[in-house]
Design a protein around this ligand. Structure first.
Ligand code: PBG
Length: 329
């Protein structure tokens, strides 16, 4: 009888053997729930391409935060959908804007909730780019890196004043972590952390988010500031630059097509590594399960587990509440 020297199946024989041998386990506090905050009252508008995700007015945002909190989620990230947009994106530092009011309201009701705010200009500019525009000679547009840094610093300060625990720049301008760190420190916010979207790729998987946040660029694309999906060494460089500038947590985004990047970044740093399970990844799961082609719950948990196994400490995911409920039962 052929008898292999080594056997791998013995530890898979029963549920408890498998549990005992399990290397990676998810918990609700691994998740960071993204929420979209809008003006008005009583608004809970579902995003067509993201079933189960809503644009929420501040009152509804607080209710959603409470529901998440009850499932064991301890961290939220807020995205603003302002009523007013202009060329500069001036609503980004409006102390009465949706993000500032949203942070404030959540902190009043749930002071222990960790609140992160997304810092970027694309939701606030009328052209939809992530910073101040310059025209090139051929008529195309680009974002002016250095002129954008001041705007991001003002936005981050506004969020910190409103009570954010962590600010998360997602614009991909060079030097923005240093600019934000300096602005925070000089105004007495030395204790506020920076989660930088360090390796953020120019990805087609952001499509549904741009529907939700109304932030699709009117002209051109984001390839001159977001990373080329072909590159992973470059991700390590982006991460190193952001850490040198003072980032406390570094993020890889998207997650699923970039698990190799998550793993490489995890090995190269000793700070927490976050990964963003983005809108397009969520929409695919929702669409395929609605059609009856995939088992939504099992696929969701497998995806989240894979992101953690790759090395992510925190996972930004629209599945957060549903996944936490699965973990709690
Ligand atoms: C803003 C921002 C985007 C996302 C997070 N912050 C969109 C973009 O860069 O176009 C995408 C998140 C998602 O797709 O879920 N710059």
């Amino acid at each position: 009888m052929p008898f292999p020297e080594e056997r791998a199946r013995r530890l898979r024989r029963t549920a408890n053997l498998r549990a005992m041998a399990r290397e990676t386990e998810l918990k609700p506090s691994d998740f960071i729930l993204p929420l979209f905050v809008t003006e008005g009252k009583g608004i809970r508008q579902e995003v067509a391409s993201m079933p189960g995700v809503y644009q929420l007015s501040v009152d509804e945002l607080v209710k959603q935060a409470k529901r998440a909190h009850e499932t064991g989620i301890i961290t939220l990230i807020l995205f603003g959908i302002p009523a007013y947009k202009d060329e500069e994106g001036s609503s980004a530092w409006d102390a009465k804007g949706p993000v500032a009011r949203g942070v404030n309201a959540i902190k009043q009701k749930l002071p222990e909730m960790v609140v992160v705010t997304d810092v970027c200009m694309c939701e606030y500019t009328d052209h939809g780019h992530c910073g101040k525009l310059v025209k090139r000679e051929d008529g195309s547009v680009d974002v002016d890196n250095d002129a954008t840094l001041d705007l991001l610093a003002k936005e981050a300060l506004c969020h910190a004043r409103a009570g954010a625990d962590i600010v998360a720049p997602s614009d991909m301008m060079d030097g923005r972590v240093a600019a934000i760190r300096e602005a925070l420190d000089s105004e007495g916010f030395g204790h506020i952390a920076i989660l930088s979207y360090a390796a953020k790729y120019a990805s087609a998987f952001y499509g549904p988010f741009r529907d939700a946040a109304l932030s699709t660029p009117k002209q051109g694309d984001r390839k001159s500031y977001q990373m080329d999906p072909a590159n992973s060494r470059e991700a390590l460089r982006e991460v190193r630059l952001d850490l040198d500038e003072g980032a406390d947590i570094v993020m890889v985004k998207p997650a699923l097509s970039y698990l190799d990047v998550i793993a490489r970044v995890r090995e190269s740093v000793d700070v927490p590594v976050a990964a963003y399970n983005v809108s397009g990844e969520y929409a695919m799961v929702k669409a395929a399960s609605k059609a009856g082609w995939l088992d939504e719950e099992r696929v969701m948990m497998e995806i989240l587990l894979s992101i953690k196994r790759a090395g992510a400490d925190q996972i930004l995911t629209y599945h957060a509440v549903d996944a936490a409920k699965v973990l709690n039962r």
